[in-house]
Design a protein around this ligand. Structure first.
Ligand code: NDP
Length: 248
């Protein structure tokens, strides 16, 4: 079996909860050095300590992905500490769903800033290192909502469709540079994502649904590990997964 995770330096945004935290634990167990970014420094500090206590390698760097300088600092910290960046997982995201008629313009801005501009800032920070080494892997989080539009998901879906567009363009442009690009589009996963929906009726409906059918965050951890583990001449370009019970 290929072992293409051990020894890699993997930067993960949104590592303070949900799928980012699950991926950090899983990849560290597989022998990667993980560099964790998120705004809640206490959470990523505790996760890094947990990984180190278990014999792994981890560093936490407080990061707000809406700030370009923060992503540069995160990427630079990985290079300073471990010498390079093998993989960047642009996982940070927010999903304050609501119908457009409720005109939650600040939340629209936040979704564009975190889900789209945050991904671009991550790419901007990591790409020069990867191109210089002619090696790397960028993994971007889209969603089933980046393939379909639901009532209340218009702006969230717009950001996740955009992530797919950026990722496919990046894949084409990076082929000569030996940088792999993967889009992962999850369906319903049990995380903290619904906690920040401000419209209570929308939040409750989504909570009921995800509580009923959602799969654990470790599902994502296994699939991201699969994409990384493939040999360097194979790019897993798209993974779309849903709970078996999810219809749409
Ligand atoms: P969580 O809410 O559990 O995790 C989201 C992470 O994003 C947190 O670690 C949070 O950290 C981070 N984050 C949010 N805003 C910022 C910011 N400005 N700067 C840095 N980090 C930020 O949700 P999930 O694990 O579910 O979400 C992970 C990704 O998966 C997201 O991109 C989401 O859109 C996507 N996704 C999730 C699905 C699901 O069903 N759960 C389905 C499809 C896609 P902090 O608050 O500490 O900054």
């Amino acid at each position: 079996m290929t072992d293409n995770i051990a020894g890699k330096v993997i930067v993960i945004t949104g590592a303070s909860s949900g799928m980012g935290a699950a991926a950090a634990r899983h990849l560290a167990r597989e022998g990667a050095a993980v560099v964790l970014g998120a705004r809640r420094a206490d959470r990523i500090d505790a996760l890094a300590a947990e990984i180190i206590d278990a014999g792994g390698k981890a560093r936490a760097v407080e990061t707000d992905v809406t700030k370009r300088d923060d992503l540069k600092r995160l990427a630079d910290a990985a290079v300073e500490t471990y010498g390079r960046i093998d993989v960047l997982i642009n996982n940070a995201g927010v999903m304050p769903l609501s119908p457009l008629e409720r005109v939650k313009v600040d939340e629209w801005d936040q979704m564009i800033d975190v889900n789209l501009k945050g991904v671009l800032y991550g790419v901007a920070a990591a790409l020069p290192h990867m191109i210089a080494r002619k090696s790397g892997h960028i993994i971007n989080l889209s969603s089933v909502a980046g393939h379909k539009i639901f009532s209340g998901s218009a702006v969230y879906s717009a950001t996740k469709y955009a992530v797919r567009a950026v990722s496919e363009g990046l894949r084409q442009e990076m082929a000569p540079h030996n940088v792999r690009v993967t889009i992962i589009s999850p369906g319903a996963v049990k995380t903290e994502l619904l906690d920040h929906i401000s419209e209570k009726d929308v939040q409750q409906a989504n909570r009921d649904y995800v509580a009923q059918i959602g799969v654990p965050a470790e599902t994502f951890a296994r699939l991201v590990a699969f994409a990384i583990n493939e040999p360097e001449d194979v790019g897993i370009n798209e993974i779309l997964f849903r709970p078996t019970a999810q219809e749409l």
